[in-house]
Design a protein around this ligand. Sequence first.
Ligand SMILES: *Cc1c(COP(=O)(O)O)cnc(C)c1O
Length: 480
Amino acid sequence: MKLLFERSVAGRGQTVFPQLDVPEVAFDQALLRRDMPRLPQMAEVDLGRHYTELASQTHGVNDGFYPLGSCTMKYNPRVNEQVAALPGFTDIHPLQPVETAQGCLRAMHELEAMLCEICGMDAMTLQPAAGAHGEYTGLLLIRAHHLANGDTARTKIIVPDSAHGTNPASAVMAGFTVVSVPSNAQGGVDLDALRAAVGPDTAGLMLTNPNTLGLFDPNILQICQIVHEAGGLCYYDGANLNAVMGHARPGDMGFDCVHVNLHKTFSTPHGGGGPGSGPVGCKAFLAPYLPGPRVAQDADGHLSFEQPEQSVGKVRSFYGNFLVAVRALTYILTLGREGIPEASSTAVLNANYLAHLLAEAGYDLPYGERCMHEFVIDCGPLKAKTGVSAMDVAKRLLDFGIHPPTMYFPLIVHEALMVEPTETEARETLDEFVQMMTAILEEAHTDGERLHGAPFTCPIGRPDEVTAARKPHLRYEFGE
Ligand SMILES: *Cc1c(COP(=O)(O)O)cnc(C)c1O
C-alpha cells in the first residue's frame, strides 16, 4: 500500500483558511518558518480512500471476534458515544469556572461513587490515563502511606510470577524493588513462598484476582492477611474486574487500593480506538494522598475542586480522559445494578463454554476447564507432537478473520494462548471459533509444516516484531 507522501502530486494540494476572527498580533518574524512544511498534496477523495483502505487492513471489535486475553475486548455500545458527544460535555474548557461546569463535575462525582461501590473502596481518582498509569499512581499512595508513618525501610513490592508485565514495571517506576513469588500447582499464589517473602521491608503486594490464568484465588483472604500482618498494603490490579464485578469486591477481599481499566471492564474504546482511563480507588486511610484536584460536594450539592492535603501530586493534566469517563458512566447507568453482575456472569459462562469445547477438541488446558472470564491453552504438547507453536495457531486464525488470543502470556505457560471471549459474543460466534480452532488442529497434524507460513491472506504475514518494537520506523524519509 502506498503512503500519502508517495501519492502526493505537487500542486494538487489546496488549503482554504477561514477568515481571521481574532485580533491580529505582532510577533517576532524570526520565529516564522523559512520553508513550507512538506505536506502531501492530494484531493480530499483520495485522502479519504487512503484512510479507508488503512482502516480495512486493521481488525477491531466491529470487524469480528477479538478474544484477546486480559484485554476484555467487549463491544463498545454506541449509546456511550452519543452521550460523550453531547455539547455539554464536549464544549467545555478545563479551566472554566466550576460554577459553569456543574454537570461535568457531577458526571465525574457520580462515576467515582459508582466505581467505589463496585470495588468496595472509599475514594477514587479519575486522573490516571491507563491501567499501568493507575498502578503507578496506586503505588505512589502506598509509598506516601509508609513514608508518612516514618517507615522508610519498606522498599519491596511482591508480585506473583503470573502477573502482567506492567506490575513489576510500575513498581520499579515508583521506586520499589520487585520480589517475585511463584504460583502453586493450582495456579494461585504459593502461600508458603508468600510467607517467606514478606517482612519489615515489604511495602505491599500487587495482585490481580482472578489472575492471568483466569483463576480466582481461593486463598485471597489469607493472602491479604499475610501481607497486612507483615505491615504491607495490598494493591488490586483491576484489569480482570470483568470476571467479578457485581459479585465480589476487591475491598472485601482485603485490598487497600485498586485500579480499574475503563477501556476493558467498562466498554470504552481500546487500543488504537481511543484513549484509555485507569481510575484508582483506595480505602479512606489512603485518600489524603490521592492526586488532586478532586471533586468535592458541599451540603447544598454544589460541586467544586479541592486539593487533598498530602496529595502525591498530579499524575496527568487536568482531570483525566474526561470523555472516556462519560462513556463508562453511561455504560454503568445503562446496565444498572442487575446488568453489571449479569455482564460478568455471561463473560464467565462464555469463557467456560469455550474452554470446555476446546478441551474436547483436543487442546491442552493445563489448569483445567473451569475458569473465570478467560483461560489459557498450552500449545506445548501440540508443538512437541507436530512442531506447530502457539504463534502458528495464532497466525493461522488471522486467515479466518479472527483476532488471535493473547500469545506467550502469562509467562509461566511457555506456549500460551490466552482466550477471553467476553460477554458480548453470541454462542454462534463461539461455535465458529471452535470450528476454526478444530480445523487448525487438524492441519497441524496433517500438514504442520505449512502452518509455519501462516497467515496466507493478510497484507502482512510475519513482521519482525522485535525490530518493529525496538526500532520503529515512524518518519517518512524524503528523497533529496
Ligand atoms: C491490561 C492490563 C494491565 C495494564 O492496563 P493498561 O490499561 O493496558 O495500561 C495490567 N494488568 C493486567 C492483568 C492487564 O490485563
